[in-house]
Design a protein around this ligand. Structure first.
Ligand code: GRG
Length: 336
């Protein structure tokens, strides 16, 4: 049973402290599309206003506060930029995966078609680069180019893994995948706080490492939610499972019980939705047993400890450490 009340509590507490900043970020997002024709704005807003958590903008505010006790105008703009990039990646991802639901609503590709979803993503990306150029922060711009390159590499690796023999996919490959497709943008998100007030390379690297750990936790939790589900976060169950994606719960399951692998391959071949759901539920029962739960908890804990070490070693004087603790608790509590 997911303890959603408690997990949202941690999040709401942090959101409150950055309420004004988050409102300003929304205004910038609105401004970025204000000159577009109404019908095109509707396409973009369908996703942009669908109730995403805005966790990346919130993290820019947090990281900026961690290193400078403030959120300046540059940080606010960077926060809007990263949310925009995230939305472009979701628009394109839903086309690639033929996704039908996102943020608890039908996807842009479902309502307006692939053409509009691709165009929406393209528009956002080009806007992101022109806005970043205006900020006159070359390091942040280069880092964003690198982050987007990694996002794309992640999509290619994911497609590659789907074609491969499922038993040959390793924990290392899974780690590489989640780094590319999720941590890379969280790395940029965290460094944005440092770039916005021109911090040293050492600080930037520490922020980047925190972003990497947060991204890993975020994606592992997201992958676990594919089995456990979450009404509060609009997360449908067995999507990755039905698409043949090997994620952490399955890696541990196959390590313990090889026969689940042949069962999965068989049900994937038949493509019967009801059967997939039935077998998915059976897998969930096994994944919920203490041995796999313990292994997954240990896996997550390493990332949580990684964040804690950096905070204690590099930012021990900051009063924002407890915000990060709260955020990590929120991320992990989504699956408790
Ligand atoms: C066009 C920038 C661009 C990239 C192209 C398609 C693609 C390459 C990358 C997709 C990467 C992707 C979808 C990674 C998954 C990241 C993830 C866990 C998304 C869910 O994030 P939440 O939970 O979503 O923050 P909300 O809805 O709350 O914003």
């Amino acid at each position: 049973m997911i303890n959603t009340y408690k997990s949202m509590d941690y999040f709401i507490k942090i959101e409150k402290d950055f309420h004004n900043d988050l409102q300003n970020i929304e205004k910038i997002l609105d401004k970025m599309i204000e000159n577009e024709p109404l019908w095109f704005r509707e396409v973009i807003e369908h996703l942009l206003k669908a109730g995403g958590k805005r966790i990346r903008p919130l993290l820019v505010c947090l990281s900026s506060s961690l290193v400078s006790n403030q959120v300046n105008d540059k940080a606010i703009k960077m926060a809007a930029i990263v949310e925009f990039v995230h939305n472009a990646s979701l628009l394109h991802d839903d086309v690639i995966d033929e996704g039908l639901e996102r943020r608890g609503k039908p996807t842009v590709n479902k309502i307006y078609g692939n053409r509009m979803a691709v165009l929406g993503g393209d528009f956002i990306l080009s806007k992101v680069f022109s806005e970043l150029l205006k900020l006159n922060s070359p390091d942040a711009l280069y880092a964003m180019i690198e982050a987007i390159e990694k996002l794309v590499a992640g999509e290619i690796l994911e497609a590659d893994l789907e074609k491969r023999d499922k038993e040959k996919i390793t924990f290392d490959e899974y780690n590489k995948l989640i780094y590319l497709k999720t941590s890379s943008l969280f790395e940029w998100t965290m460094t944005a706080g440092g770039y916005s007030c021109e911090k040293s390379e050492d600080i930037i690297n520490s922020l980047k490492d925190i972003g990497n750990h947060i991204g890993k936790i975020f994606q592992i939790v997201d992958d676990i939610l594919d089995y456990t589900g979450s009404k509060v976060f609009g997360k449908k169950t067995f999507q990755d499972f039905s698409q043949g994606k090997v994620t952490l719960p399955l890696l541990f399951l196959f390590k313990e019980d090889k026969e689940y692998l042949s069962k999965w391959k068989k049900v994937l071949e038949n493509k019967d939705e009801k059967e997939l759901e039935k077998v998915g539920k059976e897998f969930l029962k096994r994944i919920n047993k203490p041995d796999i739960q313990l292994e997954m908890n240990n896996y997550l804990q390493k990332e949580v400890d990684g964040i804690r070490n950096i905070l204690v070693n590099k930012f021990s004087n900051s009063k924002y450490i407890e915000h990060f603790d709260g955020l990590v608790k929120f991320l992990v509590a989504r699956i408790i």
